[in-house]
Design a protein around this ligand. Structure first.
Ligand code: ADP
Ligand code: MG
Length: 651
């Protein structure tokens, strides 16, 4: 049961059906199509033992209109005996087409000696199961609990208490099937409310706990400012000021820095890390990929080492001895800024004195991960950076615990990115064009998108394209990078690309976030329609970082659906991440924006951000009221929805 995340009665009730079997009526056999899952009824007219590749018992049914076979590969003498011509069967299963017509293989069936009466109609829930626990056992347990539900401290909203909603979901009324969706929304409301309450409580906890103030000490930031080689934009200055003011306080900072791809968030993080270092405390910076962690390591080293601040890198794939020595440097406080993947939040990482944590590209980390990022040591200040433009309604709930800074301005002098859309028939032309660009000294990405969430297909596609491009462009140095490569291979390839040794880099979407190679001005994306707009925008943000115009080519396989066309057109029409997010919201809903589709991770158990966004306003209102008037219910709701593996409560 724990494998299903079920610890108690409430978890069991919240183990919701993934779908329902429609057992509300008998379908005439003549109306069946292959793939239909349904009830049928008929008289046995023929019994055969077939000796094909495997022995099977084949029963032919006649319902007066048409024939259907039932095929059993495993059967007992008793079954063979009872399934005689003249008796009636009622079957529930999926109809398939085979050579001799429609059949059901191992359906559920009941035997009747004569034509049976009307069925007892039901919508039967189908649950996620695990080895050794069948659907009917889970259903049985749930029904038991439903008969005597635990006290859920429920409140009524949308016409339902939680108990009502659960009843409807597990025992759907057949005359009102629409009620199921309303009940699901009611649960979604509860879940989002729980999330909101946790965020609010966390905000409260944090603001009531003292943190170490990090005031200006040595003005080291000024030194970096002089060495940067560019001037900060107004938005960067404003955000940096916000952050540094926060850090000087004795309350822990919780700030979300939102800024489009390329708006220059990294340097803001650097100023924060410098401030922490001036005060002798450590900064942990977490990046979602190893590639990005290494890039940050290089950037931060080049900025901070000259100031005498030691930077360390900790990723998941270090050899044991190396890892030990890095851990030691962290524990002793030799490294003041530690950059890594989620490896830096593992249990064995002990900081000497952690004053600040920075999470980069927040949208890549799931909601639950965010809730479980446990702080190490004393309460550190926290910064979260994201390139995802989050609509206000969403950020109010999902980031209810944070202050918000927006970097709403791009560094000056950026040349534009021109996006064009071509069908794959023009692939050779596109390849040739890339060849010319690289010959002219520019660099290019060629991105292969995944089918659904399968990393394997993505990697295979990248390998194929890599071979193709090497063959078609013999004078170009082509590189390949994907998530399954060894860390050292990835970083070697990345640094070759950065140094210009590699002219054309074939990659999966692993380069989606953060990678910064200003000389790269060309990008081709294969099968762009498989990606969300937010993700396309992120990817495209890898180019357009220098002073020459950049080109992005979206190379699609015809035919495209109308929706896909209009989505790709959005990419052609604008480079503005906020506008793209808004359009995407219009076209597809926010799942895309929040990164659910990117990571394939379910963010919530019940809620689906793409359909439940309309609930947010009420969630905030109800939540605020509840926090004032009914803390007991608030606590109960939080407790009910806390996922088993994490602790929402820990700050
Ligand atoms: P993102 O917000 O996507 O993380 P980065 O911090 O990686 O963006 O910055 C993108 C690029 O722009 C980097 O090469 C960075 O050095 C450069 N950059 C940042 N701020 C400025 C600025 N004010 N003027 C010019 N270039 C800048
Ligand atoms: Mg970045």
């Amino acid at each position: 049961m724990l494998r299903l995340g079920i610890r108690n009665q409430l978890d069991l009730l919240l183990h919701l059906p993934v779908r329902y079997q429609d057992r509300t009526h008998i379908i005439p056999i003549g109306q069946l199509s292959p793939g239909d899952e349904c009830y049928v009824s008929g008289e046995i007219v023929k019994v055969n033992v077939g000796y094909g590749r495997r022995r099977s018992l084949v029963i032919t049914l006649d319902d007066g209109g048409a024939f259907l076979s039932m095929r059993l590969f495993h059967f007992s003498p008793h079954q063979r005996e009872s399934l005689r011509a003249g008796v009636w069967l009622r079957l529930f299963g999926e109809a398939r087409l085979n050579r001799s017509g429609l059949e059901m293989v191992h359906p559920e069936y009941r035997v009747f000696s004569s034509e049976p009466g009307p069925i007892e109609p039901e919508l039967k829930p189908v649950y996620r199961v695990t080895a050794g626990i069948s659907n009917s056992r889970i259903a049985g347990w749930i029904q038991q609990v439903l008969a005597q539900p635990p006290d859920l401290h429920s409140y009524k909203t949308m016409g339902f208490t939680l108990e009502d909603a659960l009843q409807v979901i597990h025992l759907p009324p057949i005359d009102q099937p629409d009620l199921v969706e309303t009940a699901r929304k009611r649960l979604a409301f509860d879940e989002l409310l729980a999330y909101y309450l946790v965020m609010k409580r966390r905000q409260e906890d944090v603001s009531s706990m003292p943190a170490r103030a990090l005031p200006p000490v040595r003005q080291l930031g000024k030194e970096l400012l002089n060495e940067l080689g560019f001037r900060l934009t107004r938005a960067q200055r404003k955000t940096t000021t916000d952050v540094l003011n926060d850090l000087a306080k004795t309350r822990a900072t919780m700030r979300l820095i939102q800024g489009d791809v390329g708006s220059g968030k990294t340097v803001v993080a650097a100023f924060a890390a410098i401030r922490a270092a001036e005060n002798g405390t450590q900064t942990a910076i977490m990046a979602p990929t190893e590639i990005l962690a290494e890039q940050h390591y290089e950037t931060f080293s080049s900025w901070l080492s000259p100031l005498g601040i030691r930077v360390g890198l900790l990723t998941g794939r270090l050899a044991a001895a190396e890892r030990r020595s890095k851990l030691n440097a962290i524990a002793e406080g030799d490294d003041l800024v530690i950059i890594g993947t989620h490896a830096i939040f593992q249990r064995d990482v002990v900081f000497q004195d952690l004053g600040l944590t920075i999470v980069d590209e927040q949208h890549r980390f799931g909601v639950h991960q965010r809730m479980s990022l446990r702080n190490k040591g004393r309460l550190p200040h926290q910064l979260v950076m994201t390139a995802t433009p989050i609509p206000r309604t969403l950020s109010m709930t999902l980031y209810a615990d944070m202050e918000l800074s927006v970097i709403d301005e791009m560094p000056p002098g950026r040349a534009p990115i021109i996006t064009s859309i071509h069908a794959n028939e023009r692939r050779d032309e596109v390849v040739e064009g890339i060849g010319h660009e690289v010959a002219a000294g520019h660099q290019a990405f060629w991105i292969c998108a995944a089918i659904e969430e399968s990393a394997d297909s993505e990697i295979k596609a990248a390998e194929t394209v890599y071979r193709e491009l090497k063959e078609k462009l013999p004078h170009v140095t082509v590189g390949l990078i994907h998530g399954r490569m060894k860390a050292f291979q990835k970083s070697a390839t990345m640094s070759q690309f950065k140094s210009g040794e590699i002219g054309l880099l074939v990659s999966t979407t692993v380069v989606e976030v953060g990678v910064d190679v200003p000389n790269a001005t060309q990008m081709v994306i294969d099968d762009p329609d498989r990606l969300g707009l937010a993700q396309l925008h992120q990817l495209r943000g890898r180019i357009g970082r220098g002073h020459v115009p950049s080109h992005c080519t979206l190379l699609y396989e015809a035919p495209l659906t109308e929706l896909a066309k209009s989505r790709l057109n959005v990419m052609r029409e604008t480079n503005d991440g906020f506008l793209i997010a808004e359009k995407d919201l219009e076209l597809r809903g926010p799942g895309d924006i929040m990164g659910t589709r990117q990571t394939g991770e379910r963010q919530f158990r019940v809620s689906d951000l793409s359909t439940d966004i309309s609930l947010f306003k009420d969630v905030v209102q109800t939540g605020d009221k509840m926090r004032e008037a009914d803390l007991e219910t608030a606590e109960a709701i939080i407790k009910a929805w806390t996922p088993p593996e994490t602790s929402y409560a820990s700050v």
